[in-house]
Design a protein around this ligand. Structure first.
Ligand SMILES: Cc1cc2nc3c(=O)[nH]c(=O)nc-3n(C[C@H](O)[C@H](O)[C@H](O)COP(=O)(O)OP(=O)(O)OC[C@H]3O[C@@H](n4cnc5c(N)ncnc54)[C@H](O)[C@@H]3O)c2cc1C
Length: 164
């Protein structure tokens, strides 16, 4: 029987989703203890290339902290155009899509670099989520959220359209 979890938030999987969730939670509630459980035994180059487009993804990364955005941008390569080409390399179409191209592994490293060192635990595969835990998650998701009268409206990551 594994020891009981002693963290406030347990996140399963140290991919971009899990690490971003950890960063966002730490930013919103720095006193919460967060741990990311990753089944891999070690960090190793894996995964393909990911295109992170502006402005929405950059806004989301920036909201987690300016250090997060700069860490990801520094690890990737900036590109301005999205091009399609045939097998001979002839460009068939081109669109202006400013983005940062980064490998999955580099993105993992860039996000991880912005978290305290003890947040991720390798070689820790989640095998079972007990019924009681699921019931608690369902209760949280189904119960109407408590909205403070001082709460600011939820932020949309889509920038308002400007100009004509
Ligand atoms: C070829 C390719 C190209 C792509 N290009 C783009 C792109 O250009 N732009 C874009 O935005 N997205 C792209 N994607 C999608 C992007 O890679 C995924 O959306 C992203 O990786 C999902 O992140 P995630 O953290 O949810 O899951 P994952 O990246 O799959 O990470 C999950 C992590 O959880 C771990 N894990 C799994 N099960 C357990 C367990 N039981 N216990 C503990 N740990 C566990 C895994 O080892 C892994 O580290 C592409 C995907 C592929 C395959």
């Amino acid at each position: 029987m594994p020891p009981p979890l002693t963290v406030d938030v347990a996140i399963i999987g140290a991919g971009p989703g899990g690490l971003s969730a950890a960063l966002a939670i730490k930013k919103a509630s720095p006193t919460l203890s967060v741990r990311v459980y990753e089944r891999a035994r070690a960090l190793r180059p894996s995964g393909g290339c990911i295109g992170i487009s502006t402005p929405n993804a950059f806004d989301a990364l920036g909201a987690m902290g300016s250090d997060v955005l700069s860490s990801v941008r520094a690890a990737g390569v900036d590109r301005r155009y999205f091009r399609t080409a045939d097998m001979q390399g002839n460009v068939l179409s081109q669109r202006l899509v400013p983005s940062t191209i980064i490998s999955w592994f580099e993105l993992q490293g860039a996000l991880l670099a912005c978290l305290p060192p003890d947040v991720m635990q390798l070689h820790s595969a989640a095998q079972e989520v007990r019924a009681a835990a699921w019931a608690q998650v369902r209760r949280c998701m189904l119960s109407p959220p408590h909205v403070s009268p001082h709460a600011t409206p939820a932020r949309s990551w889509r920038r308002p359209q400007t100009g004509a």
